[in-house]
Write a protein that binds this ligand. Structure first.
Ligand SMILES: CC(C)(COP(=O)(O)OP(=O)(O)OC[C@H]1O[C@@H](n2cnc3c(N)ncnc32)[C@H](O)[C@@H]1OP(=O)(O)O)[C@@H](O)C(=O)NCCC(=O)NCCS
Length: 188
């Protein structure tokens, strides 16, 4: 058993890797793994303070190292994070975006979050990652995907709307959005 296997109770689900062409570039969509810590740190360094704020709801200029480790050392039974990795060109191997879902204990529901490198926004990466996450959650029998979004976050609200999410509640400046996942695989 390797060091990574010891850290991850369930082995890396390699079968979820997907090599795709997206707008003229090769991408690998795959689960995040323990060896991604440095890559993930470099990715976060290229996310603007404003985008970190809309993702974490707090003014952070740098995500602390232990948290970055926490993001990459995941228990695949309870959480999933997909990264979009450049598979060609000068940025080969770099993380361009990440979408994650944490299973909510006692419910057939999961909470999601998504983040795209700031200079790559509006190139379809957020939608690509969210669709991959939705397919995965649906295949795992999760009935609902939900998330919290700042009401000022027009980009996420528009992306969520385009994916079929509905606004459930709004408290102060935060809205809870939710997507019901039908088990019909044809609906993916
Ligand atoms: C929200 C976020 C993930 C969107 O990712 P993205 O890769 O830029 O989005 P996409 O290019 O896939 O956009 C898909 C669709 O969403 C909508 N959309 C995305 N950004 C938009 C914006 N700024 N204004 C209006 N609509 C927008 C559009 O309908 C878009 O389709 P189109 O470009 O064909 O019109 C990205 O802006 C981000 O990382 N923001 C910071 C972190 C964050 O806020 N995360 C959400 C909290 S969980």
């Amino acid at each position: 058993m390797s060091g990574d296997d010891l850290n991850n109770p369930r082995a890396y689900p390699e079968e979820l890797e997907e090599q795709i062409e997206h707008r003229g570039r090769q991408l690998l969509l795959r689960p995040i793994r323990a060896q991604d810590t440095e890559r993930h740190r470099l990715f976060l360094a290229r996310v603007s303070p404003r985008d970190l704020y809309t993702r974490f709801f707090a003014g952070v200029h740098e995500v602390p190292e232990p948290e970055v480790e926490h993001f990459t050392h995941i228990d695949y039974d309870r959480e999933m994070a997909f990264v979009a990795v450049a598979a060609d060109g000068a940025e080969q191997g770099e993380i361009l975006g990440v979408a994650r879902a944490c299973m909510l204990p006692g419910e057939r529901a999961a909470e999601f979050a998504v983040l795209v490198r700031s200079d790559l926004k509006r190139q379809g990466l957020g939608a690509l990652l969210m669709r991959k996450l939705i397919r995965y959650c649906r295949a795992r029998g999760i009935a609902e995907l939900r998330g919290n979004v700042l009401m000022e976050n027009a980009a996420m609200l528009a992306l969520a709307h385009s994916l079929g999410f509905r606004m459930r509640t709004i408290e102060l400046n935060v809205g809870e959005i939710a997507l019901e996942l039908r088990t019909d695989p044809a609906a993916a």
